[in-house]
Design a protein around this ligand. Sequence first.
Ligand code: SAH
Ligand code: AVI
Length: 349
Amino acid sequence: MEPVTDVTQPTDLPEAASLPAGERSVRVESFLGDGEERSLADDVLDGLTRPFKELPPKHFYDSRGAELFDQICDLPEYYPTRAERSILTRSAGEIAALTRAAELVELGSGTAAKTRVLLDALHASGTLQRYVPLDVTEAMVRDCAAELIEEYPGLSVHGVVGDFERHLDRVPAATDGPRLLAFLGGTIGNFPPGSRRRLLRQIGELLRPGDHLLMGTDLVKDPKVLEAAYNDGEGVTAEFNRNLLHVLNRELDADFDPSSFEHIALFDRDNEWIEMRLRSTREQTIAVRAVGLSVHFDAGEEMRTEISAKFTRQRLDADLAAAGLEVARWLTDEASQFALTLSQPAAQA
Ligand code: SAH
Ligand code: AVI
């Protein structure tokens, strides 16, 4: 299917229109059509007819899911956001000096909350001209674009609403100066090893000599700490997990009763990843009317909704090397809970 391109011209945002042309500009392009919302129908037909049911985690993030994720980031048990922010706060100046980035492209940008630490440093160093947030959730790209041109005078923002597994070729052509590509939050861990390497290879293709990738990854640690981060006391993560069923009900006219599914999050020690599942508390058959599917769940049957891989430096080096990238800086927080890796195309090293 041909992607739908919806370009918001600078004049669509009053605050941009009030300034002289060239001083700041904002533009948002969408490659997700109505009928094709994040490929949900295909993923349901594929994932819910398997012997072990499974759906990819990108479908969590409708506006409610995005709100719940923001709440997760503030939970006492969910350390990754705070740890990554502390690394950024300490190292953003060094990253800006090393990369001299004219352009920051961010995959899975969300609300770009932590990105502002990086934007502050790049903006202060005087090199940054353009920010390109890419996310599957349209409202987040639009809101964040509108906010950032206000916050950073002279910055132009070119938002892309798309799926980074399918639309990386829609990232606008690079500007003249160096590009910094950010992939924060540990989102790369939400892909199983094969897809992770494929995605990293595609990301590597967006980089030329002189460009860098800044990627956040959660690190292997005490399983109790890991499991607590995904089983918070307030039940926000459980709500986030069950939100997937609300998305299916609304977007595919399904009749899931979310209260009949329990949230499960366990650390798989062999694979070193957290696995989130939804467990049906009773035998039931669900109609997913938009795709003409009837899905049977046994009592106690589980559906996998997310993996969240935890990394060692060795594993990360190998994954990056397979994508033609070489580590330039390995940065961790004080407690070594989380890592930010700055890497570059291997040929230049
Ligand atoms: N980078 C932010 C948000 C992380 S949450 C942070 O570090 O806090 C993961 C983000 O990735 C969400 O905003 C979600 O909408 C987006 N996302 C998940 N899968 C995606 C995909 N396949 N394509 C584009 N965006 C995706
Ligand atoms: C976005 N991603 C890196 C989060 C994670 O930790 O894997 C999503 C999340 N799932 C449950 N809590 C947070």
